[in-house]
Write a protein that binds this ligand. Structure first.
Ligand SMILES: Nc1ncnc2c1ncn2[C@@H]1O[C@H](COP(=O)(O)OP(=O)(O)O)[C@@H](O)[C@H]1O
Ligand SMILES: N[C@@H](CCOP(=O)(O)O)C(=O)O
Length: 295
């Protein structure tokens, strides 16, 4: 039995739709695998009642198929599904690392990115790799034209999850297919600012660079209480706030000294509109870790 911990991720970061992603210190999925004649999946943990165990419908089944690596796969979910924290991607990344090791396929983490992205194609309709890349590689990742660039980063964040859910497949339907040149120019400037901020571990630059006038406004309309939560987080000291992935999770970047206040303000603001939520106070962290192996 081989065990892999694969972290939650936050994709897009506002200005980097389908391009940027970060690995989060917490939460994470734990994926255990052992060889079997055919793939069998069992799921426990947060939201497991909503996750299919049929290999044709689970992201890890798509990964086992892509690696030609049938296995008994147990997923212990720490990342709640349909929350905007790359839940389906965490399982896929964990399975990719575990099965690559179990079957001695010898693929690098970069080579596992398109394989894990097959799982995303299964659930969201497109093989977007902006969640699986950071879950596999850690830190901050840029996926551009199929090529992944990674930098280690250590930025404090708060990921606040309301009790509501948004399916990534549905949230992709509201993405506009056109943008004005001035919005594109602003977004390129913000994305570049954010990327530099990651290389400098600078929460100010990262927060400022998360602004986006193209995709984010369409997505925030799907999240009850978004404007109120964003305002509250900024007032409490966040340097930037945006939708995490396709939502409904909301990601705030801040300095360590204001992290606790930002988390409290976000929970209170959701509470004020009658929505329960929980906040993860964490930092941009490591990628999937293979931490236990037994014969
Ligand atoms: N291993 C898995 N983990 C989480 N969700 C999965 C998994 N396999 C399939 N799914 C399905 O994927 C959907 C959640 O994925 P998605 O909408 O992309 O949100 P998320 O941000 O949580 O990845 C749900 O319909 C869920 O049943
Ligand atoms: N780029 C994707 C990211 C989806 O992230 P998730 O965590 O909500 O699955 C998108 O914005 O559609």
């Amino acid at each position: 039995m081989l065990t892999v911990r694969a972290p939650a991720t936050s994709a897009n970061l506002g200005s980097g739709f389908d391009v940027f992603g970060v690995a989060l210190g917490t939460p994470a999925d734990v994926v255990r695998v052992e060889r079997a004649p055919e793939t069998e999946i069992s799921v426990t943990g947060v939201g497991s009642q909503y996750i299919p165990e049929d290999p044709a419908k689970n992201t890890v089944g798509a990964v086992a198929e892509a690696l030609d690596a049938p296995a008994r796969i147990c997923i212990d979910k720490g990342v709640r599904p349909s929350s905007g924290l790359g839940s389906s991607a965490a399982s896929a990344a964990g399975a990719a690392v575990a099965l690559n090791e179990l079957y001695d396929r010898g693929l690098s983490r970069e080579e596992l990115v398109p394989i894990a992205a097959e799982g995303e194609a299964l659930v969201s309709g497109e093989a977007h790799a902006d969640n699986v890349a950071p879950s596999l590689l850690g830190g901050f990742t840029i996926v551009a034209d199929g090529v992944v660039t990674q930098v280690d980063a250590s930025i404090p964040v708060v990921a606040c999850l309301p009790e509501t859910t948004v399916s990534t497949r549905d949230a992709r339907q509201v993405v506009p297919d056109r943008a004005s040149l001035s919005d594109v120019v602003d977004t390129v400037g913000n994305a570049a600012t954010l990327a530099v901020g990651m290389t400098r571990n600078d929460p100010e630059l990262v927060g400022r660079g998360m602004e986006d006038a193209i995709v984010t406004p369409e997505r925030t309309a799907l999240i009850d209480g978004y404007d109120r939560v964003r305002e509250a987080a900024l007032e409490a000291g966040a340097t930037g706030v945006t939708v995490s992935g396709a939502g409904p999770g909301i990601l705030a970047v801040c300095y360590p000294s204001s992290q606790r206040a930002v988390a409290g303000a976000m929970i209170d603001a959701f509470d004020a509109v009658g929505i329960e939520s929980r906040a993860y106070q964490t930092t941009v962290g490591e990628g999937a870790t293979c931490y236990h192996s037994q014969p």
